[in-house]
Design a protein around this ligand. Sequence first.
Ligand code: F6R
Length: 350
Amino acid sequence: MLDDQAALERVDAHATRDVLAAFPAQCRTAAALHPEPAPPGIRPRAVIAAGMGGSAAGGDVVAACALERLDVPIVVHRGYGLPALARPDTLVVASSYSGETAEVVSALETALARGVPAVAITSGGRLARLAEQARVPRVALPGGLMPRMALGFLVFPLLATLDAVGLTVASEAEIAEALGALDALAGVLGPARGAASNEAKQLALAIGDAVPVIYGGPLTGASAYRWKTDLEENAKTFALSGTLPEMNHNEIEAWRAPAGKGLHLVLLRDRDEGGAIARRFALVREMCATVAAGVSEVWGRGEGPLARLLSLAYLGQWTSYYLAILRGEDPWLVPTLEALKSRMASDERR
Ligand code: F6R
């Protein structure tokens, strides 16, 4: 079915395939965006990246890239307000693609109340209005996408914002490399490429009716969580995610029959994971394979951490897209999530 263009287009009624195919172009556009006006170039002691769902994913990617590079922590904050860490010598980056997410608006309000320097990354909404009123620097994003499909707009402007305050997470060469890696992947993961040589179609077919369980390592753990959320929102399936070595100390015990029989394991590998982590992946694979419905292994592309993480995220987007098609679900729509948001918004208006 995945190679039958007409059948695929019938399920993909909102042409999500075109949005995914344009992801490398989105990243190129995003890489040229900067906060306006420029934030004061004072190096913060810590960065708090506030966001929810798809808009928090940019913070996860950047924080993972920064782990081995920056001597300043990047804390991804998912929730209302801000942690006590947010003080005048830190920087808050409030990201909400729509600009209508209550938790992120409340994070910016808290930053303003506490005198914490802030930057907003958004296409509009309440967040843009608040940033404008309070003269907070803002990266103005183009609208029209589903937030989870705007990952490029949430990663690259965050990199530019951090660069402007003296925190360089990815060099220009690494950014160029990541863009090149995505261009190359777009050519081999889209619907025109048959399942025989399309890794994303093969993964979706391998997962089939099973519940996907995605495990990453020290760098790719952030990608594993992103795969889980894309699978949930695009394919409307439960999905689990975890990180090695931590899951070796707890979740591994749950891999038993009969429950394990309904699970498909996907391992997100990385060239720099190191010998001990590679050995742990091998053991997890060996131990889980005896109970799992199936096991797949995928590798990030490229040299730099940004290329490796974004290429894995892009493969996850296409995999969740094809799984949605196989299950007869329009990958664009998220009606339950939107119903909950509008009920919360009407409660707030009362
Ligand atoms: C929907 C999606 C969600 C949103 C989240 C926050 O496509 O991915 O996870 O990202 O509900 O909304 P925004 O990103 O607009 O702040």
